[in-house]
Ligand binder design. Structure first.
Ligand SMILES: [Zn+2]
Length: 118
């Protein structure tokens, strides 16, 4: 807490909102971040619109969840074996927002999906 006026003046947020945020506890701020990320996802085009199959891949399913997009896809091993493509595999895809406002997709591999039919 320096004494250089405390509040940054380059926010484009309403003063009242900034003052309110400054008064929050850490756990409340985390909830604000969580809430804002959910709102950003609601307002943006669905992440599944940005997910494209790479060469040799096949996207079998996508489903929007509150915090991530679930993707099931099969993919080649890179050696073009007779079993290619492999999977299907389940991923959770998150959109990360960089400080400059650009976004990138973050893929988290969760594992093989086994069909309920076999
Ligand atoms: Zn293969």
């Amino acid at each position: 807490m320096g004494d250089e006026s405390g509040v940054r003046d380059d926010w484009s947020l309403p003063d009242g909102l900034v003052a309110e945020l400054e008064g929050l506890q850490l756990h409340q701020l985390r909830e604000v971040v969580h809430y804002a990320q959910g709102r950003i996802r609601e307002l943006q085009a669905p992440l599944s619109d940005k997910i494209e199959a790479a060469p040799g891949e096949e996207i079998l399913a996508t489903e929007e969840r509150p915090e991530y997009t679930e993707v099931i896809k099969s993919e080649p091993c890179g050696e073009e074996c007779s079993d290619c493509p492999h999977g299907p595999y389940l991923y959770h895809v998150y959109e990360e927002v960089k400080p400059d406002g650009r976004t990138s997709l973050h893929w988290v591999f969760l594992g093989r999906v086994f069909s309920r039919h076999d």
